[in-house]
Design a protein around this ligand. Structure first.
Ligand SMILES: C[S@@+](CC[C@H](N)C(=O)[O-])C[C@H]1O[C@@H](n2cnc3c(N)ncnc32)[C@H](O)[C@@H]1O
Length: 299
């Protein structure tokens, strides 16, 4: 069943200025966007009822507005000027009223921003479809949990664990999990991605997902060290991050694609595929907001 349409119609109602661009991105990438939106629409409606489409559209609208405002402040300041971590924790990650709409937006941008559609392609084609059989997968900062659920949907042989620092985000992930039919193979927990749980010493995971996390960490180098330690010899890491792209909770500023690549190399990880895209950029600023996604394997 086509579940993209309810999301797009909700954008027409609740985010009218953003709807044409979102629809154009969807129309140009129907197969890939439906790969995300069809199961997402099914799970979201089963978990939250049909009001969820309007709520997701409102979340998408306020997120896009927040991104545009943050980018204007960044252009004036010349650098990211985030609040202190305790304020980000209480005002963003621990605040259900902020976090739940943010989580709908965080997943919808994969289907509605041209730059993120390329991430989705890399995630599905070059990561999920190439993981070894019966792989165990860890998702760091899983947020809404939808990438983990898509992993389970795409590959019935995978076992997936997702962790996120935000209780309200994990509550969304758990609600979607409950109706997804993947409860036996996916589990979510509230935890700091950098906090070890004893199982990360010996290359215990065949797949690691770290999507749009590094820019949220005051210092991302320990994230790369942890991924280098945790991924198995034959495993793959899917990594993505924002570059020169300000948001309220972006605290680490990357300016060049070579910076995360270098951090990965130092941690023993080598990029085997990479996309970087400024598909959502506005022209004329001194910064070019973009997002990069990479697949790493152990060197
Ligand atoms: C932009 S969202 C990305 C969510 C999802 N990975 C995606 O790609 O849509 C950033 C996520 O990072 C989480 N986060 C931030 N700092 C974290 C940390 N230290 N450990 C675990 N999760 C963290 C936030 O709670 C939020 O869910």
């Amino acid at each position: 069943m086509n579940r993209a349409e309810p999301f797009l119609e909700a954008l027409d109602r609740k985010a009218r200025m953003l709807a044409p661009a979102a629809r154009a991105t969807y129309e140009a990438n129907k197969d890939l966007c439906s790969w995300l939106l069809d199961p997402l629409g099914r799970w979201a409606e089963a978990a939250y009822g049909e009001k969820v489409f309007d709520e997701a559209a409102r979340g998408y609208a306020s997120y896009c507005l927040g991104v545009a405002q943050a980018q204007r402040i960044y252009e004036r300041a010349g650098r990211y000027t985030p609040e202190a971590m305790p304020e980000i924790m209480s005002g963003v990650y621990e605040d259900e009223g902020y976090m739940v709409p943010y989580m709908w937006a965080a997943i919808l941008i994969y289907a509605f921003w041209p730059s993120m559609v390329n991430h989705l392609a890399l995630f599905r084609n070059n990561f999920l479809r190439r993981l070894p059989s019966d792989a165990s997968v860890l998702e760091l900062a899983c947020g809404h949990g939808v990438l983990s659920l898509l992993a389970a949907e795409e590959r019935p042989d995978l076992q997936v664990e997702g962790v996120d620092i935000s209780l309200p985000a994990i509550a969304v992930a758990d609600r979607l999990l409950k109706v997804s039919g993947h409860s036996g193979r996916v589990k979510f927990a509230t935890r700091d991605a950098l906090q070890t749980n004893g199982s990360d010493g010996g290359g215990g995971y065949h797949g690691i997902i770290s999507a749009m996390l590094a820019e949220h960490l005051p210092e991302p180098k320990p994230l790369f060290s942890a991924m280098g330690r945790m991924v198995s010899k034959d495993g793959l890491v899917y990594f993505s991050t924002a570059i020169e792209s300000a948001q309220r909770d972006h605290v680490y500023e990357y300016n060049q694609e070579s910076q995360p690549l270098q951090m990965a190399e130092v941690a023993g990880l080598r990029a085997i595929w990479l996309v970087s895209d400024a598909g959502h950029a506005s022209a004329g600023g001194r910064f070019l907001p973009r997002a990069t996604a990479m697949i790493f394997q152990r060197r």
